[in-house]
Structures are given as C-alpha cells and as structure tokens.
Design a binder for this molecule. Structure first.
Ligand code: IPM
Ligand code: MG
Length: 381
C-alpha cells in the first residue's frame, strides 16, 4: 500500500473511533447487576502464579457473595505469548470473546515482544486490551504517607502516542513516521474522570501535564480541554506543568507533596507513573486500574519476569502488586469495605509488621505463604 493510502486508512479509523465515542453511554452500574463476573487472566511468566494468589485472597473476601452467586470468578486461559504468536494477534479472538463476557478482569503481566526477541513484533496485549475494551482511564495511585505523598494519576489510556503505536509508516528506507492522536471526546472523558475523582474524594488540586509548548497540536488540545473543564469545578485548584519539569518536581521533596490528582496523555503517564511508583517501593508495589464505561481491568504494573520462571522461582514472586490491583477491583465494583480491609492488610504485611518477607528466592516467603499471611491479617482486623 502506498503511504498516502495508509494515511487515509489511519484517518478513517480515527474518525470512526470518534463516532464510537460519541455514541457512548454512561458508566455501567454494578449495584444494579444481579451477578458480577470477575475474569482472572494469568498472562505470562510469573503472572499465573501471582494472579492465582490474588484470586485466593479475593475469593476469601467475597466468599459470601460467591456462595450466593452474586459473584462468579472465571479463569480465562490463553492470553499467553505462545498463543498470541500462534494467532499472530495481540489478543486471540477466542480469548477476547471470553474477556467480553466478564464485567471486570484481574490480569497478570503479559510479555510484550520487543525488537530482537524470538517472536514477531505483535502489539502488547495490555495496549490491545485497553483499546479493544475501551479502557480509557488508567488510574494509578501512589501513597507514601510518611513523606506526604498522596498522588492519583489519571493517565489517558487509549489515545496519544499509543493508539497508532503499531501503525507507524516507513515512507521509504530513510523516513519513518509515527503518529500521536488527541480527540475532544477522548480528552474530555479522561479529564472528567480526574475532576470527578477529585471532587468525590475531597482533593483540592488537579494538575494537567503535557508538553504543549512543543507538541502544540495534540498536547495543546489536551491542555485546553482540561483548562476549560477546570472552570466547572469550583474549589478545586487547577494548574499545568510540562512533563520535563514535572519529572524533576517529583523528586523535589519540598514541592512534590503539593500534587494530588494528575491528568496526562498516555506516554507521559506511562513514564511518570513508573517514576512515581519508585517512591512507594517500586513498580512491584503498585496496582493499576484500567477503567472504561462497560469494562474495567485491574493489573500489576510490573512485567512478567520470565527469568524467574526459567530459574524455577515463580513460586517466590511477590504478588503484592496484583493483589493491590485486586483491591482496586473490589472498590470499583462497590465492595469498598472489603477493599479497605485488603489495603490495610497489604500495609501491615508489606510495611509495618512484615512477619514474612518476599525476596524472590528461597531465602524469602512464597507467594502462597504471603497470601495466607494477608488472609490471616484480614481475619484479625
Ligand atoms: C504499563 C506498561 C505498558 C505500557 C507496556 C507493557 C506496553 O509499561 O502498563 O505502563 O506502556 O502501557
Ligand atoms: Mg509503563
């Protein structure tokens, strides 16, 4: 295909996506459902091992509702790198069909092929799932109470540099072009999610982060929309920063505690949330919610650590991040009491009491023992 035809195709797809967003209804109301189906998707590497432990903890917390049939856990097999390579798709069709039968999904990490890997360069399963299920809000909280850090990042999850990340064009052997996209609908919905979160949770400030001084068109649009929406929220202060200086300000101990809710395009959100999680103990301790109007997916934010599996150490992998994803899932579907208990237990077991420590090897506890420890701790709360 010549590149003009490729460009045309890309633009048509984006126009269709905007039409789809215009048709979108309001958020699903879980409290009105007779039954909530929780899909559990292990993924690659250490994913199945840690996700199974998170599932045990959730099943324990929801045991009454599992018995009554209000909650159903469903294991979804097949989101593995081997199957994805076989199907030559980021998510094989049968797996996607199963995912779409669930209301919410707890997902382990999946391996993303990179240049030089033995696999074809298929798209990341994460990125594909966010797109296929239209999970536009990537919500990533970071808390370090002793340092006054209480941040919630609202990373736009379906647009920006990611939406056409696998659809760049090699014009000829000398020129390669990638694209970044911002739409009114896509920006409004993430901005709305951030401001509504601030309002409901008594937060006093929303910060928009872009590089609108250079990436003038798309980041400029993102910033303009956030600025305009801020006027609707009396009592919530709004400010905006460029991503470069923001990255610096997160390490500035005097300034960083002033930030509360941050809203930002996809790629900046990807980068800044890894930096932010580091203050809390690294990406292995963070959980991430990917929220759409119909579906929602909760995940660990670390990778699949294939080396741990090769060395037979997957039973020693730290399940905290995916368990934290599970706590976010509970809160999202309306089980806030259970979610609070789980957050408390994670804090006791991982920070204050630490009767068991995970080291990733036989010198530490297994993931199963850690899950037991969490459940025993909850029992005592
Ligand atoms: C994340 C990850 C993914 C991303 C990768 C695995 C494609 O880094 O969830 O932040 O870039 O979004
Ligand atoms: Mg990332």
């Amino acid at each position: 295909m010549d590149y003009i035809a490729k460009f045309e195709q890309i633009i048509k797809e984006q126009l269709a996506r905007v039409e789809m967003m215009k048709q979108q209804q309001d958020f699903i109301k879980y409290e009105e459902l007779d039954k909530i189906i929780i899909g559990v998707c292990g993924g690659d590497g250490i994913g199945p091992a840690i996700t199974a432990q998170a599932q045990r903890v959730l099943q324990y917390l929801l045991s009454d509702d599992v018995k009554s049939g209000r909650i159903e856990f469903r294991t979804i097999e097949g989101l593995t790198i081997d199957n994805r390579v076989k199907a030559n798709k980021a998510i094989p069709d049968d797996v996607l069909a199963e995912l779409k039968k669930c209301h919410v999904i707890l997902k382990g990490p999946t391996t993303t092929p990179r240049k030089g890997d033995p696999w074809p360069n298929i798209e990341s399963a994460n990125v594909a799932m966010r797109k296929e299920l239209d999970l536009f809000a990537n919500v990533r909280p970071v808390n370090v109470p002793e340092q006054g850090i209480d941040w919630t990042f609202f990373r736009e999850n379906t647009e920006g540099a990611y939406v056409l990340g696998s659809k760049g064009v090699h014009i000829d052997e000398d020129i390669a072009i990638d694209f970044t996209v911002a739409t009114t609908q896509g920006t409004e919905r993430i901005a709305r999610a951030a401001f509504e979160f601030a309002k409901k949770n008594g937060k006093k400030k929303v910060t928009c982060i872009t590089k609108a001084n250079v990436i003038k068109t798309t980041d400029g649009k993102f910033l303009d929309i956030c600025k305009e929406m801020a006027k609707e929220y009396e009592g919530i202060e709004f400010d905006d920063w460029y991503i470069d200086i923001m990255t610096a300000k997160l390490v500035d101990e005097k300034r960083r505690s002033q930030f509360q809710v941050m809203v930002l395009p996809n790629l900046y959100g990807d980068i800044l949330t890894d930096e932010a999680a580091e203050f809390q103990g690294g990406v292995g301790t963070a959980g991430s919610a990917n929220i759409g109007k119909v579906y929602a997916m909760f995940e660990a934010i670390h990778g699949s650590a294939p080396r741990m599996v090769d060395e037979g150490r997957d039973i020693y992998a730290d399940p905290s991040s995916v368990v934290r994803g599970g706590a976010m899932l509970l809160a999202h579907i309306g089980y806030t009491k259970e979610a609070d208990k789980l957050y408390k237990a994670l804090d006791i077991c991982g920070n204050t009491e630490k009767k068991l420590v995970i080291t990733g090897r036989e010198t530490g506890a297994t993931s199963a023992a850690f899950a037991d420890y969490l459940m025993e701790t909850i029992e005592k709360l």
